[in-house]
Design a protein around this ligand. Sequence first.
Ligand code: URA
Length: 475
Amino acid sequence: MTPANSSTPESKPAPASRARFLTVRLAAEDDFDGWRDAARRLAGAAIPPDMVIWQVGEHGGELFADALPLPPPPKTELRVSRAFVELAQSAILHRDPERFALLYRLLLRLANHTASIEDHADPLIRRIEMLAKAVRRDMHKMHAFVRFRELDDEFVAWFEPEHHIVRANAGFFVRRFAAMRWSILTPEVSLHWNGEILHEGPGADRSQAPDGDVLEEVWKAYYASIFNPARLKVGAMLKEMPRKYWKNMPEAELIAPLIAGAQAREAGMTAQVVPEPERARTLSGLREEAQACRRCPLWQDATQCVFGEGPTDARIMVVGEQPGDEEDKAGHPFVGPAGEVLARAMDEAGIDRGRIWLTNAVKHFKFVRRGKRRIHQSPTAGEIQACKWWLDQEIGLLRPKATVMLGASAIRGVTGKAGAVGALREHGLPLAHGIGIASYHPSYILRQPDRDASDQAYAALVTDLRRAGSEAGSD
Ligand code: URA
């Protein structure tokens, strides 16, 4: 973004007797780059904060027609800490009209060494930190409470942020819902994603967003199913999900009845209160639905939900643990190193990869960051259980003749129980649909410390895949 200063640095200064102010016009409420550029120039010329008027857009230009021009960029670069930049990037998104001036004041004090960004007792720093905190909270609320509704061939959401966070949050929604066409309408600006490019549009009115459809029922069923009366803490719940967001959230209408019914349910008196979650009818419908999955926290750090894929009449399903780093970026299962081993083993077993449904027990990548690397973490039993909701539906819709479970997480995902590959792989497990065949995960094969162990596990995988091929038959 660029600043939209009415004055150019090169223009002649107005006579000192008439010009009392320096007006900075920023292009938008969230124009951090414009603020930074102007603040650098002003600080370089040691302009006192009281002489500066910060404006957004063209409003009120005539009031300050005799304003001084903005100074040119300073010859020596003003150095500020990363901590200040991060604080300023958040605080600038606050609705408080004073924020630009407060930040400039702090910048000058940091440059003059009359403040330290570490000094959290400094009233100016404290005030700016409060602004930044409120913005971060608003951004988090937007991540959590945007609810898309289906309208024609796209998904539309209405959201009313407290601060100017919409543009800053756009990347989150693009990454999270890359595969969908969507629009987020807000009073100030709207975002439109067509699957490839993000467009911005003018602010909208609530009446432009759809009011309800089948997704509402899915959300409500989902919310009711995760609502745990034994954990009910009304205060904490209201803090996390403030009332003002309720009007845009289909599940909100369930909150009061669920709270009212909580004690009775806990006592086991209303065992059948929880509605069965509505089932999507097709695998592609399920895939779309899973993009918005919040059943466990893994969605927060992953790039996207990596759903299963393959022909919908596949007779063999192969279940892995979870997408890895490459799968998370690509949005497809088994496209990284483990996928190469699996593809080779399938080839050797005479199985056409194009005829298989490939999926995972857990659909979001779980990792910890080490520097630039994202290191795989095994999912917990709770995460596998949360994701079983998707896997069960996937299996129910595909009805495979043979399901190959690669490793312990896949065994747990499919059967709901713990089991070791070594103990199970000799025996086929009867499942509700076809037979389950446990085998070694390709990553386990890659991790073996010596060649012999790796070759043995690989040969077992080929044998198990061959068995799946014959169990699945051809009729
Ligand atoms: N490992 C898995 O279990 N699944 C993938 O999709 C990739 C690696």
